[in-house]
Structure formats: C-alpha cells, structure tokens
Design a protein. Structure first.
Length: 457
C-alpha cells in the first residue's frame, strides 16, 4: 500500500520551499505552472505552495496521452511545466518564502462542452480578504479542524481532492495520500491509519464496501463524503448501514462551482435528493429544467480564453453547468439527468463530442455517436454507435492511439444510421433505448459491456 502521511507542520515547510523555487524562477501572481502527475504528498505541497503565492497550478489528468496533454499545455501557456517526478522533487528544494494564510487562487482544471474542446476553469488571483471568504466557504461546510486526518482517495486532478486536503492542512489537521485508488489499499488505510474524513466517488465507495465487509472498517470516520456521479439508492443505504450516525454526506457540484450539500438525515427524509443550497447560495430551475445557482462573488469563474462560453454559463450572479433538475417545496434538489453532452463514469467527466471527433477520423467510420448507459458500478458506461464498415479491432486501436483510457468506449455497436432531427441535430438521448432493439448489431458481439479502464476513477 502506497500511502503517505503529511502533517500540517511538515506540509507548511514543504509549501514554503516549493513556492520559493517558483518565485526564484520569476513566477508571480497569475502565472501558471502545469502539473501532469499522479497523486502524492509532494504534488499537494507544490500545488498549495503555488496557490498561496497567487501562482495558479494547472492540474491535468495524469492518464492523458502525450498529444492530449500537449494540446492543453499549449492552451494554458504555463510558465513552468512539471511532468515528471524528478521535476516535482526539485521544486521542493527551494528557499522558504512567506505565504498567504490561504490560497489566493483556485487551481485551473480543464472541463469541456458541446464542442468537445476542453476549456480551463479560471478564477484569476484573489485578494486576501476574498480568498479567505472562498477558503472558509468550503472548510466551514465540512468543519475541518486540527484533530482531523483526511484520507485522499481520488486523484489530485479532481478539484475536490485539493479542496478537502487544503481545508484540512490549513486548519491544522493532517492528510493521508493514496498514490492511486485501490479498494484494498483504501480499506487498509481506513483500518490502519484511522482517518476522520475522506471523500470517495460512488464507484470507489461501492468497491471498498464490497472488498471489505468488516463492520468497524469505517469506525474512525466522522465524515464520509461522496459526489461526482449518481449514487444508486442501494449503495447509499448499504453505506449508511456501515457508518456511524451523521457520517455519510453528499454534495452536488462541478469543476466550475458548488451547488448543494446533503447530510444523511436529509437524504433519508427525502430519498434521491442531492440536498439543498449551500450557505450563501440560492438554487432555481428555469422553464427548460436547467439548474442555476445564485452564488457569492468569490465563486466567480470564467472559461479560459472563451468569453462566449463564459457568457452562456452566467446570468447575473447565477451560473449553470447545464444539468437538469427540479426543486421541491422545501428547496431540495433532485437531478433529472446530467446534460446531454456529458457522461460521468466513475466520477470522471467524459465529453462525447471529444470522443466522436477522434473516432470520426478512423478509416471506415461514416458517422458516430458516443453516449452513456446506466451502470450500477460506474454510474454510466461509455458506448459508441458507429455507421460504416470499421470493425471493432480497428476502432479500438484507433481509440487507444488517440484517447486516454478513461475516454475510450467500452463497446462499439453498428447501426444503419443515427437518430437525427430534420436539421441534422443528433438525438443522443434516444440511443440507449434504440440500441437495445433488434435492429442494432453489436460489433464483435459484446454489446454495451466491458470493464472501465484503469486510470478512469
């Protein structure tokens, strides 16, 4: 088991040294430093050291293929790239410098949209007063404090990992870092290190529950949070039965911002809800069923280099990521479905348009549509409907050459044509039902089955 213990005192010194290296290299507020690495205590210290000087880390998915990674690096224009463990270790050799008490920026993570072009979520550099409000907004919700030990299970290119770890360390607590998620390693860390808090996507939570059925495995936890994809009710109830009262919380949010929190008693009273609006926020659902969140000024973001996408995301003080939902009379939010252009598999966002653009270049593909089907383990499983004579071997080889593992469809199905409107718009929502009919033929006979590749969770 590769798990590192990082105390708040040790982390403080390491952050100061990492920031010293960056400052010594001429980086200042608003400059970007790109990381494309697996999780580690070193990565966390370098990220937080940069943030507390107003230097913005760009955290890229460590499973990206070189061409995918390089395209994002070209877009982000970082002043420094840290792409290898040796380069990361070198950052921590600098002289110690003074740091702000809280991060002066949010890391930039890449998300996407209907065009399939990845967009960085950028919040700029904040003054210390605004930065403190942003930090407290998250740390206060979860009541992080000096007696906490937080277990990081999710990769650090997920925004929640850095938020929760930073809240713990900067409130005086300690952090445990798994270098990669493995159900057995997570179960042993829970047993041997007795963390008080952790976050797990539903897929990871389900795997830990199935791996180890010890009744006291979660006994040290005061807080177990899940989010990132829909949690099947059976899994939710199984987890509630394994943890103590008041421990299992949920939130609904995105890379762009946070919408709700849901304590266990609220979910039990309102099964299926993702909770009510976080403090200082107000939710509304428009006439088309799109969920909007009215949020404080310190939550403002824009899409890096894309003012049109930024304008579509905001209406005054409210933002949306396009998800559909409904509010009951007591303000509890129920999600009716993620937006059509997004598949969430194992808590990881996959954008069909990006995958379609790649598969569309495969010889023998006349038309292609990528979509998600419901899956009890992964939440959604990625499939592709193909028009043309490209066989499964060719499709899989093409995907493997151009897409990170988590973006590769698990199954390919031949269809004579794709469902489209008279104007040519793809009716993606019809595909799962239509491909269950006799007129669709799976390539290679697999149907929409298969394992989620390593690195996707």
């Amino acid at each position: 088991m590769a798990v590192e213990l990082l105390t708040s005192r040790e982390a403080e010194a390491r952050q100061r040294r990492a920031a010293g290296t960056l400052v010594g290299a001429g980086l200042g507020p608003g400059d970007r430093v790109a990381f494309c690495l697996g999780s580690s205590a070193s990565l966390l210290c370098c990220v937080l050291g940069a943030l507390r000087r107003g230097i913005v880390p760009v955290l890229l998915n460590a499973t990206l293929l070189p061409a995918e990674r390089d395209a994002l690096l070209e877009d982000a224009r970082p002043a420094r790239r840290v792409l290898a463990p040796g380069a990361l270790a070198a950052l921590e050799d600098g002289p110690e410098v003074e740091l702000a008490p809280v991060p002066l920026a949010r890391p930039m993570h890449y998300t996407s949209g209907t065009t399939g072009r990845a967009k960085g979520v950028w919040s700029g550099v904040l003054d210390e007063q605004v930065a403190t409000a942003l930090f407290d907004d998250e740390a206060d919700v979860w009541a992080f404090g000096p007696h906490d030990v937080h277990l990081v299970c999710s990769p650090m290119y997920h925004s929640v990992s850095v938020r929760f770890a930073a809240g713990t360390l900067l409130r005086g607590g300690d952090v445990l870092v798994l270098d990669r998620f493995d159900a057995g390693d997570a179960a042993r860390a829970l047993a041997e290190h007795a963390p008080t808090t952790t976050f797990m996507a539903p897929t990871a939570l389900g795997r830990v529950l199935r791996h180890d059925r010890s009744p006291d495995r979660f006994g040290s936890l005061r807080l177990l949070v899940h989010a990132g994809s829909a949690c099947p009710p059976a899994l939710k109830r199984a987890a509630l039965a394994r943890v103590g009262p008041g421990v299992l919380w949920e939130f609904y949010g995105s890379t762009e911002g946070q919408f709700t929190v849901c304590p266990p008693e609220d979910w039990l009273a309102h099964p299926g809800t993702v909770g009510r609006a976080r403090p200082r926020r107000r939710l509304e659902v428009d006439d088309e069923g799109v969920v909007w969140c009215h949020a404080p000024d310190f939550t403002r973001f824009e899409y890096w280099g894309d003012p049109l996408a930024t304008a579509r995301a905001w209406r005054g003080d409210a933002f949306t990521v396009g998800d559909l939902g409904r509010l009951d009379d007591d303000g509890y939010l129920y999600l009716d479905g993620r937006r059509e252009d997004l598949v969430v598999s194992g808590g990881v966002n996959v954008y069909p348009a990006e995958v379609e653009a790649v598969l569309g270049r495969c010889p023998g593909v006349a038309d292609v549509a990528v979509f998600g089907v419901e899956d009890d383990d992964w939440g959604q499983r990625l499939c592709a409907a193909v028009v043309g004579d490209a066989d499964e071997e060719r499709l899989r080889a093409h995907a493997a050459s151009h897409l990170a593992p988590y973006k590769r469809p698990k199954s390919y199905l031949h269809v004579p044509e794709l469902p489209r409107t008279t104007t040519g718009k793809l009716l993606r929502r019809l595909l799962p039902e239509q491909l269950g009919a006799d007129r669709s033929r799976p390539v290679g006979g697999h149907g929409c089955q298969g394992e989620h590749p390593r690195g996707g969770a």
